[in-house]
Each structure stands twice: as C-alpha cells, then as structure tokens.
Ligand binder design. Structure first.
Ligand code: B12
Length: 274
C-alpha cells in the first residue's frame, strides 16, 4: 500500500459509502472530496505537544498508541456546501449542521475503522486512537488531538477560533489512523501556527468574533469553556428533543459565514518549505 492507494481508499469511501448521508434529510450528502496527508510517527512535534500550553503531558504520541508506529494518516472531510450554507443563520445551529455533527462523526468512525481494517488486511499494524477505549476526552482537551496531527501532517493551520483551516476551509471534520506502514511525510509548508487566518495575518476579518453566539471568541483568543457551556446549556437542552433524541455538540457558527469556511482565505501566504 502507498500514499496514492490510501488517498483513493478514503476518497472512494466518501464517494460511495451510503452512510455519508443524514437519514432524516434524504438526498443530502454530508461530506465532499477529502484531503489526505501523512505525518512521520517520529516527528519531533509530537514531543512538543506534551508540553503544558500546547496540549499537555496527557497527549500520547503515536508510538504510545501503537508500538512500532511509523506513520500517521490524517484526513479532512469537508462538509457539503448545502450543510455549510444552512448554518449561515444566526445563534442556533441549523438542523442540517446539528444532524451532520452526529451522523458525520458516525461516518468518520466508520472511515477510521475502514482505513485501519484495510491497512491491517494488507499486513500493516494500524490503530485509530479515537476508536480505542484508551481514548480519553476531557472537558477542553484529549489524549489524541486530530487537529494537532493535521498540523503535523501539513494539512493547514489553526486560527483565531482555534479551528483548523485547510485548503478546503475549516467546516468539516478530521480523522487519523496510526500505522506501521512507511509513508513519505507530507510537506509542512506553513510558516506559523495561524498562517491561514486572515485576522492573525493582518488584523482584518475577525468575522468569527461576531458569529460566536456565546461570546467565546474575542480579538485575543477563544475560550473553550464558554464555547462548551453554550453547547451544553443552550443546544443540548433543546435540540435532542427537537431532532429524534439525537445527542450532538453541534454549533459551528465560527466555521460558517466566514471567509475560511470552505477555502484557505489567506492566498497571500507563500507556500514554500522553509
Ligand atoms: C475537546 C473538544 C472540544 C471542546 C474543546 C475545544 C478544543 N480544545 O479544541 C469543545 C466542546 C469546546 C469543542 C467545541 C467544538 N468542536 Co470540538 N473537539 C474536541 C476534541 C474531542 C478534542 C480537542 C483537543 O484535544 N484539543 C486539545 C487542545 C489543547 O487544543 P487547543 O487548545 O485548541 O490547542 C491550541 C494549542 O495547542 C495552541 N498551541 C500553542 N503552541 C503551539 C505549538 C504547536 C506546535 C501547536 C501544534 C499548537 C500550539 O494552538 C492550538 C490552537 O490555538 C476534538 C477531537 C479530537 N480528538 O481532536 C474535537 C474537534 C476539535 N472539534 C471540532 C469541532 C467541529 C467543534 C465545534 C465547531 C462544534 C461543532 N461540531 O459544531 C466546536 C468549536 C470548535 C472550535 N472553534 O474550537 C473538530 C474541529 C474541526 C476544525 N476545523 O477545527 C474536531 C477536531 C473534531 C473532529 N473529529 O473533526 N470541541
């Protein structure tokens, strides 16, 4: 197996698997064509993530998840333009966004299993950390951050809201699989942690500040606790009853009706390996 086969396998699954859909909204596709990249399991940035203020000592490196780990496959699943457009409304999530948070993560889990299964069948060890009982999610962090692996694999950068902006924007979901298969690490061309964020680049934009219904995003930072409390107190108290007892932490206002929703808006960034 090589990088091309893995990219094709993920792309085919997104294009053909019937679970890339919302049962309550027939005909609506959740994800468009994915982005796929690879990181070296031994990339020294995984050690950096263990520092306080980055992720922390609780973050496990690829070799701690899978002895003999060589590579990490990281992918981005962009939400369809219909789902992103539906969430332009203010304050509360659209029905499409809310349900895609639930069904989209179910699909993402199926894809994690599919990729890990295909690698194992081809004779390579493989594990999707979020599919193991060792994965631990704490209120504002976890022991395997999909976005930090996406950064290491060169898929894009963070931004003012701490969302992760790829060449296909930030509205979507990430997944990853650690494997014993050797893959060439994808180039990491970003020169800074927030290069794809226009606000960080030149102080213009900041649309996400006004979009956040919780006031969690300020010109200085994003407050995860305020974001989390809004999801828990405003959305999860109302939406599950509204939509068939489906329980999901969707909001996504900061990822929709913003220039970075479906593209990398910082076209001025010169993409060169330093
Ligand atoms: C816990 C969690 C939350 C918590 C806390 C958010 C958080 N900490 O990121 C709450 C409940 C608030 C939340 C909310 C949402 N979430 Co959430 N959440 C997670 C989860 C499970 C773990 C995140 C984690 O471990 N973070 C670790 C902490 C440390 O990250 P951080 O503080 O942002 O990191 C900063 C520092 O590391 C700093 N930094 C400082 N120095 C350095 C140096 C280096 C080298 C690096 C790399 C970084 C760095 O940069 C980072 C950004 O500023 C992930 C799934 C996963 N396993 O990754 C999804 C995930 C982050 N969530 C996601 C989404 C979509 C959302 C929501 C939009 C909800 C929705 N579905 O509508 C909102 C808002 C997201 C936002 N703008 O932050 C997506 C992100 C998509 C994207 N484009 O970014 C993820 C990746 C899920 C997925 N599978 O795709 N989430």
């Amino acid at each position: 197996m090589d990088q091309r086969e893995i990219t094709r396998l993920i792309g085919d699954f997104v294009a053909t698997d019937p679970r890339n859909a919302i049962p309550e909204i027939p005909g609506l596709v959740i994800y468009e064509e994915p982005l796929v990249a690879a990181a070296a399991a031994a990339d020294p940035l995984y050690d950096e993530l263990k520092k306080e203020g980055i992720v922390g000592p609780h973050h496990l490196s690829p070799g701690q998840w899978l002895p003999g780990a060589v590579s990490v496959v990281s992918y981005f699943l962009p939400f369809s333009k219909e789902i992103v457009a539906s969430n332009r409304v203010e304050r509360m999530p659209s029905k499409e966004w809310y349900l895609s948070r639930f069904w989209g993560e179910e699909f993402n889990n199926a894809l994690r299993d599919h990729l890990a299964g295909a690698l194992t069948a081809a004779g390579y060890s493989a594990i999707a950390p979020m599919r193991t009982d060792r994965f631990v999610m704490l209120p504002t962090t976890s022991n395997w951050s999909e976005r930090h692996t996406a950064f290491i694999a060169g898929l894009g950068t963070f931004c003012l809201t701490y969302s992760f902006i790829t060449e296909k924007g930030c509205a979507g979901r990430f997944g990853s699989v650690i494997t014993g298969l050797a893959l060439p690490p994808s180039p990491r061309t970003a020169r800074s942690l927030m290069e794809n964020c226009i606000y960080d680049a030149d102080g213009t934009c900041g649309d996400c500040i006004g979009r956040c219904p919780a006031g969690a995003v300020t010109p200085e930072k994003k407050d995860h606790i305020t974001c989390m409390n809004f999801i828990a107190e405003k959305i999860l108290t109302e939406y599950p009853q509204k939509y068939g007892n489906i329980y999901a932490g969707g909001c996504g206002k900061c990822q929709t009706a913003v220039p970075c929703a479906r593209t990398n808006p910082n076209k001025s960034a010169i993409k060169q390996t330093p």
